[in-house]
Design a binder for this molecule. Structure first.
Ligand SMILES: [Zn+2]
Ligand SMILES: [Zn+2]
Length: 280
């Protein structure tokens, strides 16, 4: 019996004698099936050919990745809080060296995952550190390896520790969530609930990022409203070094205005006005 992992998205499945027929996460419109065909691996096999990488991403925030890349190239964040460490999002591999390093730093108080594209091997991680994994109940159907360590939360916010709160936002997935940390002016960890853009000054939203399917203006406004009660400066996105260093709240407000205006035709109207003024 093995817990098979989809090589394309990095999702680990419940123990079985043979791999599933298809990967439900990849078959969803928000992802895509490997054009070369569905392939599977296991945690034991990943351990032989891959290793974890670790790099600072900010004060008290360490990024964790996998090399060579596996799945969608997920990057998790180890966040040091006043009353323990929290792992935000997850990666398919946990090698022995990294496990020892995290254990020596106090282990994990909890794991929390923004949305199904980062579920990966979260149950293996939870077993290794004897901690719970918090998943919003809106994403229950996407947990492919059910386990007692997985705790579904239904509330709009959930206090994780004295300084950290999970916030339910929706949008990309019905259960998409972000993590708020009250440290040093406040910071939020977003996965792709808010996608930090390459300029690191704006964010964007999508139903499907790889397939460019947008979400509606009304949904974006709802996602933004969910974080409004919180004060924060920094935004940590889902990829390496995607950090909005300051004015995070203003960044979200400006970005939402731009998104809504764009989806309602602002840029086409601008081009049309330019064409008319040129007399074309
Ligand atoms: Zn997959
Ligand atoms: Zn995603």
């Amino acid at each position: 019996m093995e817990c098979y992992i989809c090589t394309q998205c990095g999702t680990q499945y419940a123990e079985a004698e043979r791999p599933p027929e298809t990967c439900q996460i990849c078959n969803d419109e928000r992802q895509y099936v490997n054009p070369q065909g569905q392939q599977w691996t296991t945690h034991a096999r990943l351990k032989r050919a891959h290793r974890n990488t670790v790099r600072a991403q900010g004060a008290g925030v360490t990024g964790i990745g996998v090399e060579p890349l596996v799945g969608i190239g997920q990057r998790a964040l180890l966040i040091r809080g006043v009353d323990g460490n929290v792992l935000w999002d997850c990666v398919p591999l946990l090698d022995d060296g990294l496990a020892e390093l995290i254990q020596a730093a106090g282990g994990l108080r909890a794991i929390a995952v923004s949305h199904p594209h980062f579920h990966t091997s979260m149950v293996d991680w939870a077993h290794r550190f004897g901690c719970p994994v918090y998943i919003h109940a809106g994403n229950r159907q996407w947990v492919m390896r059910p386990d007692p360590s997985v705790r579904f939360w239904e509330e709009e916010t959930l206090k994780l520790s004295s300084g950290m709160t999970l916030i339910h936002c929706g949008g990309h997935f019905p259960g998409s969530a972000v993590l708020y940390h009250n440290r040093d002016g406040g910071e939020i960890f977003t996965g792709d609930t808010f996608h930090v853009n390459p300029d690191r000054r704006t964010v964007g939203w999508m139903y499907s990022f790889p397939n460019y399917i947008p979400i509606s203006a009304a949904t974006v406004e709802r996602v933004v409203r969910a974080v409004e009660p919180f004060e924060f400066r920094r935004i940590y996105g889902q990829w390496w070094d995607t950090v909005v260093a300051d004015d995070g709240k203003d960044c979200i407000r400006r970005s939402a205005e731009r998104y809504v205006a764009a989806i309602e035709g602002k840029y086409e109207r601008q081009e049309e006005a330019k064409r008319i003024s040129r007399g074309a």
